[in-house]
Design a protein around this ligand. Structure first.
Ligand code: MLT
Ligand code: MN
Ligand code: ZN
Length: 342
């Protein structure tokens, strides 16, 4: 991520099972035979970098330098997005990044038998930022896409970035409005309900810099719940302040994927890259007494994972003091391909 003055079926290392498996009835496709099988929700971190990716194409900051010269110490990361599925075949994306094509190639699951195959059943967006929404237009060949967005996000995508109308020139885009604090079921493209629901909630942040209005709902966090297993996952890739009420909400989930953009508030300033603080860019820094790390460390229930990590963040380097500090606090630095089951 940068700041201007104006303002594979491979790669799956680290799989984490968060809950005991629930035995669920599932229908075997093809034979139409009903069978008992182990049933989990798969959560795959498709991309864990903030806007620009890691290393960022035009950046030679100390961390990007390590990423290029010693990639085993700081592996490449694509821009943040997460995929969830209950059957390992049909996926819902939480945000659609500009790296979505490569990311979909990394999804686990069987090799499709048809000529055209769309593994994405729906896209749920937390905001209208470019790193979270440019992937929508890149999926236009699907011909039909389902998008879940708040009204505020939908308006920015329609009027300001024009991502919805541009995609609609190629594909039918069915938008389902999400209402703050109301859970909504996720449906497959054939209209049937999955066992998943999404609850959007407001988080402290400003709108994208190209948005013409600042309307409530422009930036949300999501709580994904699976009614079959009772498992839940919170996704909050952008948040300026982890206040007490937010902490309480997030503390009741099994898996928490949280904003790990900046290590310090003056990260870009001290590198001479920009003149705005992390909080002015709507990201709570990780370190320091007011950082997200001590607050997350106090949550006992969820597995806590940082994602949406900016290329300047020193915790990207394995073995760094910053990485050790995060791990000592019981928080995981997410990486591309990391997977969890709820
Ligand atoms: C952000 O996370 O603050 C935005 O995505 C801005 C950016 O990527 O440049
Ligand atoms: Mn971003
Ligand atoms: Zn950099």
């Amino acid at each position: 991520m940068d700041q201007t003055r104006s303002r594979s079926r491979s790669g799956h290392d680290g799989s984490h099972c968060l809950r005991r498996d629930a035995l669920t009835r599932a229908e075997t496709k093809g034979s139409r035979k009903r069978a008992l099988r182990l049933f989990n929700v798969h959560v795959v971190l498709l991309g864990t970098a903030a806007g620009g990716g890691f290393p960022q194409w035009n950046c030679w900051c100390p961390t990007c330098r390590v990423g290029r010269t010693a990639p085993h110490r700081a592996p490449k990361r694509s821009q943040s997005s997460t995929a969830v599925s209950v059957d390992g075949e049909r996926w819902f994306l939480l945000n659609a990044s500009p790296d979505v094509h490569h990311q979909l190639d990394c999804l686990p699951g069987p090799i499709p038998s048809g000529i055209r195959h769309v593994s994405v059943e729906g896209i749920v967006v937390t905001d209208a930022e470019l790193d979270h929404t440019l992937g929508i237009v890149l999926l236009r060949e699907a011909r039909r896409l389902q998008l879940y967005a708040t009204l505020a996000v939908r308006r920015i995508l329609e009027r300001d970035s024009r991502i919805i109308p541009v995609t609609q020139a190629f594909a039918r885009v069915e938008v389902t409005d999400m209402v703050l604090d109301e859970p909504i079921p996720l449906r497959y493209r054939d209209g049937s309900e999955s066992t998943l629901s999404i609850l959007p909630f407001n988080v402290p942040a400003g709108p994208p810099r190209f948005a013409l209005e600042n309307t409530i709902g422009h930036t949300v966090g999501l709580i994904l719940r699976d009614e079959a297993t009772g498992g839940s996952c919170a996704y909050v890739p952008g948040c300026r302040d982890l206040d007490q009420s937010l902490l309480e909400r997030l503390g009741g989930t099994d898996l928490l994927l949280f904003d790990g953009t900046f290590w310090t508030d003056d990260e870009l300033i001290s590198l001479g890259i920009g003149d705005r603080r992390a909080r002015e860019m709507d990201h709570q820094p990780i370190s320091g007494p007011d950082g997200s790390l001590p607050r997350l460390a106090g949550l006992s229930r969820p597995t806590k994972v940082y994602t949406h990590i900016n290329n300047t963040n020193p915790m990207l380097v394995e073995g760094s003091l910053e990485r050790e500090q995060v791990e000592r606090a019981g928080v995981v630095v997410g990486h591309d391909g990391m997977s969890f089951s709820l």
